[in-house]
Design a protein around this ligand. Structure first.
Ligand code: 6PG
Length: 241
């Protein structure tokens, strides 16, 4: 794993940097393999990135878009990560519907939805049940509590190491999330972190010693590149590495 920490002057500069890395990785993947795969983060930070991606002329017919986690709400719910990315980006580019792979949230049991999505990933990447596919890019954010995706502190999801997708829980509300090993098999993971409220979580994530179950983002150590893109507000105690 190669870890790169960059502190950018503001959110716009952070988004522009993330855009440059995403474009580089996806174009390289398409050039090398004829296909590029990306899993999206939810929340608010990545929305301007998705809006900028809508203005790019990528080979959309060769790009496949997934989500790293999803709130367990209907696809048209205001809290839906799928809805946010479609409105900001995917509905505004000529990407085939079959290239967009949302996590279904219409099963009565979220565990069934997690299993279904894992099976879809295995079929798409043509991996065996015991293998973890390698996404070209996985985008992540962190919460003020140092969660990432829907891997929340002291939840069972943090310990799932034999599946691609599992059920997370925030304040008793179910979510569907990539597991730690699936994220850690990615070629490139990009954390986008903005705002002073993230300073405390970052200090614990980067501390030499801290409890991984309390600060789940510490568990993310991909086989490829790990980018930490921080705006000045979040990363004022950091220097560019
Ligand atoms: C989600 C995200 C979540 C998010 C962090 C940061 O579904 O909410 O996947 O992990 O990345 O909570 O959210 P902000 O970018 O809004 O601070």
């Amino acid at each position: 794993m190669t870890k790169i920490v960059e502190v950018l002057p503001d959110l716009e500069a952070l988004i522009d940097r993330a855009l440059a890395i995403v474009l580089d990785k996806l174009n390289a993947a398409v050039t090398e393999r004829g296909i590029g795969t990306i899993a999206l983060a939810g929340g608010s930070t990545p929305k301007p990135l998705y809006e900028k991606l809508a203005a790019q002329s990528l080979p959309w017919d060769k790009i496949h878009v997934f989500w790293g986690d999803e709130r367990y709400v209907p696809a048209d719910h205001p809290d839906s990560n799928q809805r946010m990315a479609r409105l900001a980006w995917l509905d505004r580019v000529e990407i085939p519907a079959s290239n967009v792979h949302p996590m279904a949230t219409n099963e009565a049991d979220p565990a069934i939805a997690a299993q279904t999505h894992a099976a879809e990933l295995q079929a798409f990447f043509q991996v065996k049940a015991t293998e973890f596919p390698a996404f070209d890019v996985i985008l992540l954010g962190i919460g003020d509590d140092a969660h990432t995706a829907s891997l929340f502190p002291h939840t069972d999801a943090l310990r799932v190491d034999d599946r691609l997708v599992t059920v997370g829980s925030k304040d008793g509300q179910p979510r569907i999330t990539f597991t730690v090993p699936l994220i850690n098999h990615a070629q490139t993971v990009i954390f986008m972190v903005a705002g002073a409220s993230k300073q405390s979580a970052l200090a614990q994530i980067f501390a030499p010693v801290a409890d991984d179950m309390t600060y789940p983002s510490r568990l993310i150590a991909p086989q490829g590149d790990l980018w930490w893109l921080l705006d000045q507000s979040a990363g004022q105690n950091f220097k560019n590495e």
